[in-house]
Design a protein around this ligand. Structure first.
Ligand code: UT7
Length: 363
């Protein structure tokens, strides 16, 4: 049975930055609250679509693997903010890449999406049906930000990340994984109407927007993410001491710290970049992995653990053994088209649609 090795990696961060201080002008919040309660300092706001960010991250990942789009035989795109319901965003991405030899589908497991996609793709390689798979996480979460709800509007950002998985006979890649879902609490984190429920017609502002019972998600996130990580490590026949790098979903630095503490991992083994990007849902772990490699935090043969949780409530954990190569084979000059719009200009439609919150200085 072949194994599935990550041979390429890439990210795409749209250029417009929205800082906590900028948010003070959009909603009733403060840099101090956001920093101490979440660890986030700034996030990116996209001027393009999910498929555009996915294309750039994918081209960079393919170059890192030394592959062409025509080499890819499967694309799995994890997103909960895709360009359209019909067709899948993976179809649009396939066209943008010109990867016409690939089957392609979207996968929605919210913030757990990238790990879900990685596990599905790895298992398809192991089953022998596919050999070169592009796994992408791409999100434009700002589309759903309602600044009259300060408890969610400060948390999310836009980004994409991608990896190339290739069949190999070497004992590397996914060692063990766990995918889970507790649908009994599906309503504690959701966008109320952005699908096919109810009568056709435009949704009302109160039917959109990310709505969340934050403290309840927080409580469940810490236990599910850490328990799944421990089960997955032990199920791989490893011990917590064997872990070289833990890359958790970046939703709140307090959740990451609590999970790392439960795993007994020192700070040096935990990857954190939430300060720069906020929660980018399915893009998070692919971006974090790419940055860990860029920063020299991954060595040949390392044991890497991914863990995430998200709407559903979904959760996922994966343990991987890294291969020999920690540097890219090539680079790509693919990039997003330039924009002269800043984050405020890009968020103006949100304020128009959901309403402008009253700010303390207005009172
Ligand atoms: O990927 C999965 C996605 N979601 C998550 O992982 C989120 C999990 N939950 C969280 O990260 C945290 O629950 C939040 C960051 C969302 C909220 O932090 P918290 O410490 O749980 O705060 P809270 O909801 O209990 O609210 C505490 C206070 C409230 O004020 P009062 O009622 O005590 O006066 C809120 O109104 O903080 C207030 N608050 C804010 N204040 C300033 C909530 N949001 C803000 C804000 N700025 N942005």
């Amino acid at each position: 049975m072949p194994n599935a090795e990550i041979t390429g990696w890439g990210k795409c961060l749209p250029p417009a930055v929205l800082s906590n201080h900028d948010l003070e002008k959009l909603t009733d919040t403060s840099d101090e609250w956001i920093t101490t309660r979440t660890g986030i300092k700034e996030r990116r706001i996209s001027h393009v679509e999910v498929s555009d960010m996915a294309e750039v991250a994918s081209r960079r990942a393919l170059a890192a693997a030394g592959k062409e789009p025509s080499d890819v035989d499967l694309i799995v795109l994890a997103t909960c903010t895709g360009d359209s319901i019909i067709p899948s965003t993976a179809a649009i991405l396939q066209d943008k890449l010109g990867a016409y030899n690939a089957a392609a589908f979207d996968l929605n497991a919210a913030c757990s999406g990238f790990i879900y996609a990685l596990v599905v793709a790895s298992n398809m390689i192991r089953a022998g049906t596919h050999r070169t798979v592009l796994v992408v996480g791409s999100e434009k979460l700002h589309y759903h930000l309602d600044f009259t709800d300060r408890s969610t509007a400060v948390l999310f950002g836009d980004a994409a990340g991608a990896v190339v998985l290739e069949a190999t006979e070497e004992p590397v890649g996914l060692l063990n994984s766990e995918l889970g879902m507790d649908g009994s609490v599906w309503d504690i984190l959701r966008v109320p109407k952005d699908g096919n429920v109810g009568d056709p017609g435009p949704r009302l502002p109160e039917e959109g927007g990310i709505r969340m019972n934050g403290p309840e998600v927080f409580r469940r996130a810490v236990t599910t993410m850490s328990e799944a990580a421990v089960r997955t490590i032990e199920g791989a026949g490893l011990q917590l001491d064997d872990v070289d790098l833990f890359i958790p979903h970046q939703a709140n630095v307090r959740i990451i710290d609590a999970a790392a503490k439960r795993l007994g991992l020192p700070e040096s083994k935990v990857f954190i970049n939430i300060g720069s990007y906020g929660n980018t849902s399915a893009a998070t772990i692919a971006v974090a992995l790419t940055e860990a490699l860029e920063e020299g935090r991954v060595s040949p043969g390392d044991v890497i653990v991914f863990a995430a949780f998200g709407a559903g409530l979904s959760w996922a954990a994966a343990v991987l053994r890294w291969g020999d190569r920690v540097t890219p084979l090539g680079t790509s000059d693919a990039d997003l088209p330039p924009t002269d719009k800043d984050a405020f200009a890009l968020l103006e439609p949100n304020l128009e649609y959901y309403g402008r919150p009253e700010l303390p200085r207005d009172e």
